[in-house]
Design a protein around this ligand. Structure first.
Ligand SMILES: Cc1cc2nc3c(=O)[nH]c(=O)nc-3n(C[C@H](O)[C@H](O)[C@H](O)COP(=O)(O)O)c2cc1C
Length: 196
């Protein structure tokens, strides 16, 4: 089985973000057959403007579209802001969702996770994110879900996620995601042979 490459996007720009820390943990504990690369350009993307969305979009936009297109899947860890998706993440998804049809998000396997210091672990934010990703016709992993509540209690003094329950659930999510991508790629290859 070939290694799957994952582009990881945090919905938080905050230094010390619980969600970015989750992605560092995901990269560190990536299962066999999976390579995780962190995207750190979210804050550099201009606000979405359809007048700029031409065949020569801003370079930051071209970059994220290319990186999403090249990845086998996306791993999105995001905070919940006011029961919904942080503006910076929604902005990135809006840029990535064009041109329509044919955007880099169509059929893209995506796994979601999120962390908050509160008790709901981004439950409402993840649902809002799923709704956006229905519009982009992405393939969002249904289960397992990873909702990390009390996130500030699950890290050591260096900011690393050390809570064993969180790390075990993260491992389960990543393995399931890897297997789902591999299955979809195998099915896609088989249907191409059948149709050829
Ligand atoms: C603008 C704003 C809105 C927020 N709204 C929510 C919310 O609706 N639900 C929630 O559980 N936490 C909310 N929070 C608290 C975040 O969960 C908390 O700041 C979290 O640490 C942000 O994620 P990060 O650590 O990855 O930056 C909000 C925080 C901000 C700054």
């Amino acid at each position: 089985m070939r290694e799957v490459t994952i582009l990881a996007i945090s919905g938080s720009l905050r230094q010390g973000s619980h969600n970015t820390a989750l992605l560092y943990a995901a990269r560190k504990h990536a299962p066999a057959g999976m390579m995780i690369e962190l995207y750190d350009g979210l804050g550099d993307l201009p606000p979405y403007n359809q007048d700029l969305d031409t065949t020569m979009p801003p370079p930051e936009v071209a970059d994220i579209r290319l990186r999403i297109a090249r990845a086998d899947g996306l791993l999105i860890a995001s905070p919940e802001y006011n029961y919904s998706v942080p503006g910076v993440l929604k902005n990135a998804l809006d840029w990535a969702s064009r041109p329509n049809p044919g955007s880099c998000l169509v059929d893209k396997p995506i796994a979601l996770l999120g962390a908050s210091p509160g008790n709901f672990g981004t439950a409402r934010g993840q649902l809002a994110l799923r709704q956006v990703l229905m519009a982009t016709r992405s393939h969002v992993l249904g289960h397992p879900e990873l909702l990390v509540f009390g996130a500030h209690q699950r890290r050591d003094s260096g900011g690393h996620v050390t809570d064993t329950t969180t790390l075990e659930l993260l491992r389960q999510l990543l393995e399931r995601f890897r297997d789902e991508i591999a299955t979809r790629q195998a099915l896609s290859a088989r249907s191409q042979v059948t149709c050829a």
